[in-house]
Write a protein that binds this ligand. Structure first.
Ligand code: ACO
Length: 320
């Protein structure tokens, strides 16, 4: 039996930051509104494409794992904001790291990174791949209508990457659950870049539309359901969980989820204050932050969960 364990990790946050006070200089908002409702203080804004953020994170993950790009046999890049739809931008990362392997993008929105981890682990467990690079990368700032305060304050840019390698030890990805609820397709969407563009000139006004209250409720329900399912499937107790690394869309969503799951708040990794919602990149960035802060230690058990447009949801249990 092969297991898939994380041997390398890296993140890339563009250097420019935009604070809540900066935002208040050009839209009708304030730190007093944003911070208590979302937990966000600032976000990073990229001047380069998603593939460049992804490539830097990938190179750092390779360096941490101590392996060369040529050793990777699959690249899975989760993004909802690719530089191009065709070709996929996993191929740009592939060229930048000198890999010769399968490479593709997936769009499962904010759940994309965990979808990638699930696919990578199945690929490794089956013996088909030995070293898989999974990346979550977004340049959401490019897709935001900066005059709409409802969305402009929520999102940020960034990338995170991990290397999953085969091992015979029972560590790494212990289990995962993936789901999608199409009944929620319309509550979070962006129609820019679709075939609709051909028919509707107005669709060039690209922006993300969503129903925040509905997402709030469904996010807690969706992440809770899949988290419980994967915990049960893996036969572990909630007390055995050392850290929870949830998607960072709103600190109040995380608080409510953790509370309902009866997991102590101190076990949640929360970094939304610094980055905002970076969609598919929030979880790998949070993994990097937790490691840099010396929080995650060998043999600890991590529950990670996410939700996003689709409405996708995902959960994974990882033994470090
Ligand atoms: N600054 C100041 N006022 C604002 C802002 C802003 N940035 N945005 C909205 N408002 C105003 C509204 O106009 C409204 O004013 P009104 O009462 O005079 O009409 C008032 O604040 C309340 O607006 P709501 O949209 O009802 O605010 P709510 O309390 O629902 O908070 C939020 C909005 C933070 C987005 C919340 O719904 C939420 O956290 N949702 C879940 C996360 C989410 O939706 N993320 C984006 C999708 S991406 C993802 O998560 C996968």
């Amino acid at each position: 039996m092969h297991y898939a364990t994380i041997t390398g990790w890296g993140k890339c946050l563009p250097p420019a930051t935009l604070t809540n006070d900066d935002l208040a200089t050009f839209i009708d908002t304030s730190d007093e509104w944003i911070k208590p409702r979302t937990g966000i203080s600032q976000r990073h804004i990229s001047h380069v494409n998603t593939s460049e953020l992804a490539s830097v994170a990938a190179k750092r993950a390779l360096a941490a794992a101590g392996i060369d790009g040529s050793e990777i046999d699959m690249i899975i890049l989760a993004t909802a904001t690719p530089d191009t739809l065709i070709p996929n931008i996993a191929s740009t990362v592939q060229a930048n790291i000198g890999a010769n392997c399968a490479a593709f993008d997936i769009n499962a929105a904010c759940s994309g990174f965990l979808y990638g981890v699930g696919l990578a682990s199945a690929q490794i467990q089956s013996g088909q791949s030995k070293k898989v690079l999974v990346i979550g990368a977004e340049r959401l700032s490019f897709f935001i209508d900066w005059s709409r305060r409802e969305t402009a304050v929520l999102f940020g840019d960034g990338a995170g990457a991990v290397i999953l390698e085969a091992t015979d030890q029972p560590i790494g990805v212990l289990g995962y659950e993936l789901n999608n609820d199409p009944a929620g397709r319309d509550i979070l969407k962006s129609e820019f870049g679709t075939s609709m563009d051909r028919f509707e000139a107005s669709s060039l006004d690209f922006y993300i539309e969503f129903n925040g209250k509905e997402i709030f409720k469904r996010a807690i329900a969706g992440m809770g359901k899949l988290s419980n399912k994967v915990i049960e499937k893996c036969g572990i107790e909630k007390d055995d969980i050392d850290w929870v690394i949830p998607h960072q869309a709103n600190e109040r969503i995380i608080d409510t989820l953790i509370n309902r799951m009866k997991i102590p708040k101190e076990k949640a990794i929360v970094n939304i204050a610094n980055y905002g919602n970076t969609s598919a990149a929030t979880i790998p960035i949070a993994i990097c932050d937790a490691l840099e802060q010396g929080k995650i230690k060998p043999n600890q058990t991590i529950l990670s969960c996410a939700f996003g447009a689709g409405l996708t949801s995902a959960a994974a249990l990882i033994k470090w």
